[in-house]
Design a binder for this molecule. Structure first.
Ligand code: IPE
Ligand code: IPE
Ligand code: MG
Length: 247
């Protein structure tokens, strides 16, 4: 039986979030420029999006570029932006064909104008899709997002639209860039790093974390299936005892 067939489709995580890491090292280990790794990373994105859609997953968030990544050498940042635009343009027909809706979270106003235009077009062209929701985290950081949310809540209080006593989890959730999506149930990070790197800090509160040494350009559907199977073997207790969650 193939590994895919051992997945319990009735117990899929509703939302998987992935920190796609290791492109640079993958390339450098081959004596190549870091951009070569990003280029090959796109192949993994294609493969994983296809795998997620085939399984019937509802939400997949991919961390593609962090706020902190703006501080990388200019040549790498420019290369990444060009790759982003080229990939989006090329992939929109496939997204449409597979009923995949694209979303973007992050400070996208910082992206170059040509990238913002390409993104907006892709968002519009996939807006009516009802299958997989593909969320790209671009120029994203969790601290940026939380500070933004708090600013908006503070403004609401100032304008008498929000009562401070009534602020709760739902209020904060409403002002996050992920307000339309459920929290990730499974978070995967590739490349052997064991950290969150400013990704969905609030939303990952009860996510199951899965780390693999596989570099992102080598990550394929089978690796995704393995992560899902690992997730399905875990007991999620949400603060309760094991016997409580078994009933
Ligand atoms: C992830 O790979 C892609 C981005 C952050 C844009 P890296 O570029 O971080 O690759 P490593 O971690 O340096 O190997
Ligand atoms: C996190 O990877 C961001 C993305 C994958 C887009 P980084 O490579 O930037 O993270 P650090 O610097 O190793 O923590
Ligand atoms: Mg990295």
């Amino acid at each position: 039986m193939s590994i895919k067939n051992t997945i319990d489709l009735t117990k899929l995580p509703s939302h998987i979030a992935i920190i796609m890491d290791g492109n640079g090292r993958w390339a450098q280990e081959k004596g190549q420029d870091r951009l070569y790794g990003h280029f090959h990373g796109v192949e993994s994105v294609r493969n994983i999006v296809e795998g997620a859609a085939e399984l019937g997953l509802k939400y997949l968030t991919l961390y593609a570029f962090s706020t902190e990544n703006w501080d990388r050498p200019e040549q790498e940042v420019t290369g990444l932006m060009e790759l982003l635009v080229e990939t989006i343009r090329k992939e929109v027909p496939t997204l449409q064909k597979n009923n995949i809706r694209l979303h973007v979270i992050g400070a996208t106003h910082l992206l170059p104008a040509y990238a913002q235009t390409a993104l907006q077009e892709a968002l519009n062209m996939t807006a009516s899709a009802t299958g997989l929701n593909l969320v790209m985290a671009l120029s994203y950081s969790s601290r940026w997002e939380l500070v933004n949310a708090i600013k908006q809540i503070a403004l609401g209080v100032k304008n008498n639209q929000i009562e401070p006593e009534e602020i709760d989890h739902n209020t904060l959730q409403h002002y996050l860039s992920t307000s339309d999506f459920p929290d990730p149930e499974l978070m995967i990070r590739t490349s052997g790093e064991f950290r969150i790197s400013n990704f969905l800090l609030y939303q990952l509160a009860y996510a199951e974390l899965y780390f693999t040494d596989t570099r992102w350009p080598d990550f394929r559907k089978e690796n995704l299936y393995e992560a899902i199977l690992d997730f399905q073997r875990r007991e999620r207790r949400f603060g309760k005892t094991s016997s409580q969650v078994k009933v």
